[in-house]
Design a protein around this ligand. Sequence first.
Ligand code: BTN
Length: 272
Amino acid sequence: MADRAAAGGADSGIRLDPVTRDVKLPPAFRLVVLDEVDSTNDEARRLAEGGAEEGTLVWGLSQRKGRGRHGRDWASPEGNLYLSLLLRPDCPPREAAQLSFVAAMALTGALTLLVAPHSQIDFKWPNDVLLNGGKVAGILLEASTTGADALDWLIVGMGVNVASAPDGATFPATSLRAEGCGEVTPGEVLEGFARHFQVRANIWVEDGFAPIREEVMRYAKGVGEAITVTLGEETIEGIFADIDETGALIVELGDGSLRTVHTGDVFFGGAA
Ligand code: BTN
């Protein structure tokens, strides 16, 4: 059972409701629940800078200013899951970025047990989870470094469309409810995520990225197929050749050369 003490302290304004938010987490996690928050990543950052421990999980029931990758907005009405996990990995930032794959696979594992039979779950590089082809979850990693090669904290922010999905997203979105998962609650997704994350994080610490990468490759959508990748102003087209041993995307270009991509948005097929 989680130690549900609010990491922000007794007078931090954090309120826990044991009835509607009673989730059971492995002891490694400390849960902070907030009715409404600007962004759970901001709250986790505030707690991190105040010395909160690794394993602090900030759960917002809704967000006023949820944000996604590349400065995009992340629509955050009540009914979906908005979660930020504070970690303090003892490794260089580039390696710590692999924790977004660990989180994506943890979520994949959790969803596998919650979705309707015959649902298709895929991983969309670098950190989206798809359900029956639509984006059901996204991950936003934020970190603070203490020196050239050391991390103070890393926050894994995750949004899961449980009850609703936004219209008009860059990549078509869906929700667990829209895909026939009935009355799955944000708390159930959170519990599943935490359990699956703990298992995979231990594997990552003990054995490195290789076993996580293996799982990523099993779920990765579009391997061997045509993709378009947008990298800021640049767009490249090619074949999704691989995800390398660091987590980078390898794209085979028209001339047969391989391009290593560390960040970007992937679209399936030949045109974005
Ligand atoms: C993306 O796909 O662009 C990443 C979306 C990440 C959204 C989550 S919701 C919880 C946390 N707080 C935020 O403001 N963003 C992340």
